[in-house]
Design a protein around this ligand. Structure first.
Ligand SMILES: Nc1ncnc2c1ncn2[C@@H]1O[C@H](COP(=O)(O)OP(=O)(O)OP(=O)(O)O)[C@@H](O)[C@H]1O
Length: 265
């Protein structure tokens, strides 16, 4: 794999939530190292703790046990940027203002932040809409703005929680290809949650399959498909189909466990 030293180290991480109805173990003893510049995908049945793990990486949630280290290379850069499934753009800001928001917060002067934002707006194909407001954009275009903003922030790591989950198929493919292109240029360490095995294979260097509740690591699969990847052609390769089956067999067992649990409740 082309990535270098470690970027994220997750050691013995467990997470329990205490609710009125009792204790929920969301994560159980996660041990994982993600390399600098790696594109790391996470799949798992619903409720297995994917979002909880991402929120711990983002510092939005604390682990009940264990620790997480995100290595930093520059004290002036934000540690992480997160892209959610729901579009999280500010409706009162233009595309340019949205994309450059993080840079403004960091005190970067206007000319430079507009130059940086312009570059990412061009990469996502929205130059004509740089001065439009989100209400003038489609759902897919708004999600593009979220992706551009995350990259423009130039964080140490990018955290993406099903960013294309709400999009129609055409928009999803276009955005996956755009994400791949930007990521190829920046090689930013990325942790990406998805429900789609196909998406994980098209994008990832490795795919982690999580067990059903409580979430633990079931297996981690190396995606040895060549880069740069073209989403349309990668799916036709024999290796893609082999990897797809391996991931699906691992995932299917876990999904069946969730179904069995639901029937017993
Ligand atoms: N703030 C919270 N308080 C109590 N329980 C929580 C909280 N957040 C998550 N959980 C529980 O922790 C478990 C893991 O939730 P999480 O959202 O991380 O799963 P997920 O794999 O991301 O699910 P999905 O694929 O459906 O988005 C679930 O049982 C969920 O109900």
């Amino acid at each position: 794999m082309p990535y270098g030293s470690d970027s994220i180290i997750i050691r013995n991480v467990s997470k329990e939530f205490h609710t009125r109805t009792g204790k929920i173990t969301a994560l159980h003893n996660i041990n994982l190292t993600i390399g600098q510049g790696e594109f790391f995908c996470i799949v798992g049945p619903s409720g297995c703790g994917k979002t909880t793990l991402l929120r711990i990486l983002a510092g939005l949630e604390t682990a009940s046990e264990g620790d997480v280290i995100v290595k930093t290379t520059d004290a002036n850069r934000p540690v992480n940027s997160m892209v959610f499934q729901e579009q999280s753009v500010f409706p009162w800001m233009t595309v340019m203002e949205n994309v450059s928001y993080g840079l403004r917060i960091r005190g970067i002067r206007k000319k430079l932040r507009e130059e940086i934002a312009e570059r990412y707006i061009r990469m996502i194909g929205l130059s004509k809409f740089a001065h439009s407001y989100p209400c003038q954009l489609s759902g897919g275009m708004k999600q593009r703005v979220s992706v551009a903003r995350a990259f423009a922030n130039d964080p140490e790591i990018l955290l993406m929680d099903e960013p294309f989950g709400a999009l129609d198929e055409q928009n999803r493919i276009i955005l996956q290809q755009e994400l791949l292109r930007i990521w190829e240029l920046t090689r930013k360490t990325t942790v990406f949650i998805t429900h789609s095995i196909d998406e994980a294979l098209c994008l990832g260097d490795r795919v982690m399959v999580m067990t059903a509740h409580p979430g633990a690591i079931k297996t981690i699969i190396d995606v040895d498909l060549p880069r740069p990847r073209d989403i349309a052609t990668i799916r036709t390769s024999t290796r893609y189909n082999e990897l797809y089956q391996t991931i699906w067999y691992n995932l299917r067992d876990e999904v069946m466990k969730v179904k069995a649990q639901e029937l017993n409740e």
